[in-house]
Design a protein around this ligand. Structure first.
Ligand SMILES: [Zn+2]
Ligand SMILES: [Zn+2]
Ligand SMILES: [Zn+2]
Length: 201
């Protein structure tokens, strides 16, 4: 019996692949959700190389501007990216910088680097941050007009709100008098739901 080498939680599907169906399905979902095109091999090397991108991409998305430039330039040079205008599916002409037949991990790296070019040129790196929930490492992409987004998901936002509510309750007043007019108090019934979901993750 083997456990999945990626999540170390579920049982591996086959001894040769050594990972579970959930981890495989995650890549399929990622591919579809983010509108990737081009070929897939669905084999061990593909899943492994995409998983190996997690740290480098995270570094790219959380670095300061000058460091991000270095990483982008390295990614583009290493993959010998050549910009080309293409038109496909419902999309009008836009830039691709790597062949649709290149390995998926290389395409993800180059696409991300290309997207970061726009973020760096418009000096908008402050829109990228790490989730303000200390128990979460998720990345936040803040597309809001007032740049107010601090959490990667509403689950994290709720979890922190619930923790703050409990802390206030334990320290005396469940309904702190400092709450200004117009601010909504957390209703007593609501804390259960987000905390239950949080433990399921
Ligand atoms: Zn797994
Ligand atoms: Zn495209
Ligand atoms: Zn989060």
């Amino acid at each position: 019996m083997h456990t999945c080498r990626f999540c170390a939680e579920r049982e591996a599907e086959h001894t040769e692949t050594a990972w579970c169906a959930v981890c495989q399905a995650e890549l399929d979902a990622f591919f579809t959700t983010h509108g990737y095109t081009g070929g897939r091999t669905h084999n061990a090397a593909e899943l492994e190389s995409v998983r190996a991108l997690r740290n480098p991409i995270r570094k790219l998305l959380t670095s300061d501007r000058d460091r991000a430039v270095e990483i982008v330039n390295t990614i583009l040079a290493e993959r010998q990216a050549i910009p080309a205008l293409v038109r496909h599916d419902e999309w009008d002409y836009h830039l691709h910088a790597i062949a649709a037949s290149a390995p998926l991990a290389d395409r993800i790296a180059v696409e991300t680097a290309m997207a970061m070019i726009d973020v760096i040129r418009s000096d908008e790196l402050s829109r990228l941050s790490v989730c303000a929930d200390p128990s979460c490492n998720g990345l936040v992409i803040d597309l809001s007009r007032n740049r107010s987004r601090r959490f990667c998901s509403t689950t994290c936002g709720n979890r922190v709100a619930v923790a703050a509510f409990r802390a206030r309750k334990n320290s005396g007043g469940a309904e702190p008098p400092s709450e200004g007019r117009g601010r909504r108090r957390v209703r007593p019934g609501t804390p259960e739901q987000p905390s239950r979901r949080a433990t399921d993750e």
